[in-house]
Design a protein around this ligand. Structure first.
Ligand code: SF4
Length: 351
């Protein structure tokens, strides 16, 4: 059994994670949470893209109070992200947060952590215990040679989890985040062996859309590929909708989720006689919201294209001013270059 399947089931609003439940895709809003209209707009766009759990920062009372209104207009569970102020955690829960994310290390005294745990217990709301490499305790840095290490991160997370367990609560999720991919992957392997709780995984501060996508794909590939992780977030400096697209692609490419269109396209070469780069981009944009489970090939020539597109459900292969429409490896018709995109769309609509 995979490590992810050995974890406890944890219910976050109407989504259950852990055990054999699918890996849930999360994102985080980048609007001011107390701007209800903008926050709701962004969450609805994220829902449409495939986001299953949303996190909003709750830095003050206005944000905590906004949760109730936001929740009445969205359809996915809302996680309140809390730093430093334990009262915000309590208010977020009173206003309907489905889960809270805290780092007990920056919440303050044990009494304050207890007050938060007590409220979570009252509403039976899960707590995500989040540890970041940037805020690792000095004693754990010293314990492991003066550096932030995977071992230090794991100790930090488990110390906090044990603290909450001692307070009589085990409705927990854990996250350990670092922008150092090998360290992050090692920390998850060490942690997954030592805890029954589901893990929320991601590479933090991964970067802009291109560099962050690569970093996240490598890091999440290592962690998820080792059978670890029950929810994921791809962190990108960009529109959060991009995070969802990337998360879905990572899960699909690892064979962990189905659904959505996978576009495969050739790199082009001296045989290419149509504007394949533009065509491939147009195909990807055209099919971005398509929920059908399809592999679509966009190939540059009729010499190798049909053969290379055999594994796809549908595809096009470019010729000179025209192209072939190919279904399951069979050529179905020739189409002028200017009509290739619409012909492909027409066929996909029929599938
Ligand atoms: S499919 Fe054709 S155009 Fe594309 S890389 Fe292969 S040979 Fe070149």
């Amino acid at each position: 059994m995979l490590l992810r399947e050995r974890t406890k089931e944890i219910k976050i609003g109407n989504v259950t994670i852990g055990a054999s439940h699918p890996i849930a895709i999360q994102s985080m809003t980048n609007t001011k949470t107390d701007d209800v209209e903008k926050t709701v707009d962004q969450i609805l766009r994220l829902e449409e893209a495939g986001c299953e759990i949303i996190r909003c920062t709750v830095p003050d009372e206005a944000a905590a109070k906004a949760i109730e209104q936001i929740k009445s207009k969205i359809h996915i569970p809302l996680v309140a992200d809390i730093h430093f102020n334990y009262r915000m955690a309590i208010e977020a829960m009173e206003n309907g947060a489905d889960k809270i994310r805290i780092n007990p290390g920056n919440i303050g005294s044990k009494d304050r952590v207890f007050a938060v745990v007590d409220k979570a217990k009252h509403y039976n709301i899960p707590i995500r215990v989040g540890v970041n490499s940037g805020s690792l305790e000095k004693d754990l840095i010293a314990k492991y040679g003066g550096h932030v290490t995977a071992e230090g991160l794991v100790d930090s997370a488990l110390d906090k989890v044990h603290l909450i367990e001692e307070m009589g609560y085990d409705n927990l999720v854990i996250s350990i985040k670092s922008s150092n991919v090998p360290m992050c992957a090692k920390a998850h392997e060490l942690l997954a062996d030592q805890t029954p709780y589901p893990l929320h995984v991601g590479i933090t501060e991964a970067g802009t859309v291109t560099s962050g996508t690569i970093k996240s794909a490598v890091g999440l590939g290592m962690i998820l590929g080792a059978g670890i992780g029950n929810t994921i977030r791809v962190s990108l400096t960009g529109d959060p909708v991009e995070e969802i697209k990337v998360a879905k692609m990572i899960l699909r490419d690892l064979g962990l989720r189905e659904g959505g269109v996978e576009v495969i396209s050739c790199p082009t070469c001296g045989r290419t006689s149509i504007d394949l780069i533009s065509l491939a981009n147009q195909v990807e944009t055209m099919l971005a919201g398509c929920k059908k489970n399809l592999k679509v090939a966009v190939m540059g020539c009729v010499v190798n294209g049909p053969g290379e597109a055999k594994e796809a459900d549908i595809g096009i292969a470019g010729g000179v001013n025209e192209g072939l429409l190919i279904k399951k490896g069979e050529i179905i018709r020739k189409v002028p270059e200017s009509e290739l995109l619409s012909a492909l769309k027409e066929e996909i609509d029929k599938m």
